[in-house]
Design a protein around this ligand. Structure first.
Ligand SMILES: C[S@@+](CC[C@H](N)C(=O)[O-])C[C@H]1O[C@@H](n2cnc3c(N)ncnc32)[C@H](O)[C@@H]1O
Length: 229
């Protein structure tokens, strides 16, 4: 079990080998400290362990709804909800009938690493350009974000920022980077790195290289409906 503090909140999170809390989630939690969750209706999109939704519930959210494509994640998320006494957080499999609900905030740490094998339906990988799940997030948001609601999510520079921002724009959203951090890339497994280098040539991936050590830039993105006035 991972025990950690996010602001004033103590979180106890059970993990499995496949479904865990990542450095990304911890970074997102740091930024979410600035948001007032009191009485807000929240969606945790791609809830995994449930860490983000549990944090929102503890910060006074009226309700939290989680979605994930992985049945194991839903099971683990339920265990973590019980462990942290968050009865107002309900996780659902995304293939279930989606609840007809609109959210003040949709928060997400999407799978956004580029790979060829998977198509955004795994814990880390987001398809060829790393944006499959981000596209799903925007598709979902067009139906489920309140008119004055906001989406907060992370996107690595190893995925295509341009393609994601264009997709958001075409769906009627503003895509704005509001935070950034740099972190070393520890797992250069072959297929993944080959794809990153290929995408870099077309401007669809970026990384920093200092003395042979590669780092990614992780962006915190805020998106909301574009003001069409
Ligand atoms: C990087 S993990 C983040 C998990 C958790 N939110 C966190 O911050 O630790 C991404 C999660 O999204 C789920 N996922 C992947 N593709 C998805 C999709 N298209 N729609 C919904 N969930 C998806 C994965 O099963 C995984 O649990």
């Amino acid at each position: 079990m991972k025990k950690f503090s996010a602001g004033l909140q103590e979180l106890n999170i059970l993990e499995t080998e496949k479904i865990r809390v990542t450095r990304y989630s911890e970074f997102l939690l740091l930024y979410l400290e600035n948001l007032d969750f009191t009485q807000q209706i929240i969606c945790d999109f791609g809830c995994g362990t449930g860490v983000l939704g549990i944090y929102a519930a503890k910060r006074g959210a009226q309700s939290v709804t989680g979605f994930d494509i992985d049945l194991d994640a839903i099971g683990l998320c339920k265990e973590n909800i019980d462990l942290n006494d968050c009865s107002n957080f309900q996780p659902h499999l995304i293939s279930d009938d989606i609840i007809d609900e609109k959210y003040d905030f949709i928060i997400s740490n999407p799978a956004s690493l580029p790979t060829v094998k998977a198509s955004g339906k795994e814990f880390f990988s987001g398809g060829i350009y790393g944006i499959d799940m981000i596209q799903d997030l925007f598709d979902f948001s067009t139906q489920h974000l309140k008119q004055d609601g906001r989406i907060f999510f992370l996107q690595t520079s190893l995925s295509s920022i341009n393609k994601a921002a264009n997709y958001a724009h075409n769906k009627g959203f503003d895509y704005k980077i509001i935070g950034v951090f740099q972190t070393e890339i520890r797992d250069h497994y072959q297929e993944f790195w080959h794809r990153v280098e290929q995408n870099q040539r077309t401007g669809d991936a970026h990384f920093v290289e200092i003395n042979g050590v590669h780092s990614e830039i992780v962006y915190l993105v805020e998106a909301k409906y574009r003001d069409l006035a």
